[in-house]
Write a protein that binds this ligand. Structure first.
Ligand code: IPE
Ligand code: IPE
Ligand code: MG
Length: 234
């Protein structure tokens, strides 16, 4: 999910943009609970993109503080609910305190199996494909002389989210119909859902609308509708 529209939610109420980010954290809690109840096994939330550093420094620092305080406050609850937390992105750019907190939270919840919540932070789809390619080359130096051996199966294990299946459903709130450098590789066959609702207003009813839309889709993965129907009948 691309949690977009926090700033506009706040501006439309004559509040500072950061008030929207604070309300956005509340929406995360609501959506997380609803997803866990619905049996979602993997939920991935785009919290901060590689490009969001371009924002005013004050806004960036509020976002970092919100991330820290959310981790500090919520991890007990996540753990109690059997949720595993993972964070993907270029974490080297974060302050040491945040990095340590991320590591502790991941370790603490590592044994949980009900659901995996992934937070994409300082994440970019292009960054991911590049870092995976570099890691694959480092692990397989023979690729330099045999580049034809580099295929999807060889590269995939090095992607940041290699532990998760490709997403079934993508949700972007806030009205924009773009991917903004989210999971570029993994979204190849994902169903894309866009809603005008701002992220702080995205609640369990709105989530159910997205699920209902998803249920109407026919996933063909390059095949014809007839083939898909024959397979589900057989
Ligand atoms: C999403 O809301 C939160 C982050 C990108 C961190 P925005 O802050 O992008 O809100 P809008 O799009 O400006 O309304
Ligand atoms: C995408 O939202 C990133 C996150 C929600 C974290 P943006 O608000 O940064 O995207 P653009 O700039 O409108 O494409
Ligand atoms: Mg935005």
């Amino acid at each position: 999910m691309i949690m977009d529209g926090n700033g506009r939610w706040a501006t439309s109420r004559r509040l500072p943009r950061v008030a929207g980010h604070a309300r956005g954290v509340e929406a995360v809690r609501t959506v997380l609970e609803a997803c866990a109840k619905a049996g979602v096994e993997f939920l991935t939330l785009f919290a901060f993109s590689s490009e969001n550093w371009r924002r005013p420094v004050d806004e960036v620092s509020v976002l970092m503080r919100l991330f820290i305080s959310a981790l500090e406050r919520e991890v007990d609850q996540l753990h109690a609910n059997g949720i595993r937390l993972r964070v993907v992105g270029d974490l080297d750019a974060f302050e040491p305190r945040l990095r340590a907190l991320i590591r502790q939270s991941e370790t603490r919840t590592a044994g949980n199996q009900r659901m995996t919540l992934t937070i994409a932070a300082n994440y970019g789809g292009r960054w991911d494909i590049l870092q995976a390619t570099r890691a694959a080359l480092a692990a397989h130096p023979e690729l330099i002389s045999h580049p034809e051996r580099l295929d999807e199966a060889l590269l995939s294990p090095y992607l940041a989210m290699s532990y998760a299946p490709e997403p079934d459903l993508f949700v972007r709130t806030g009205g924009e119909q773009r991917v903004s450098n989210f999971l570029l590789w993994q979204l190849a066959y994902t169903e894309l859902y866009f809603t005008d609702r701002f992220w702080p207003d995205f609640d369990s009813a709105a989530l159910e609308e997205a699920f209902e839309w998803y249920r109407q889709r026919e996933r063909r993965f390059g095949q014809t509708s007839g083939q898909v129907a024959a397979q589900s009948a057989g």
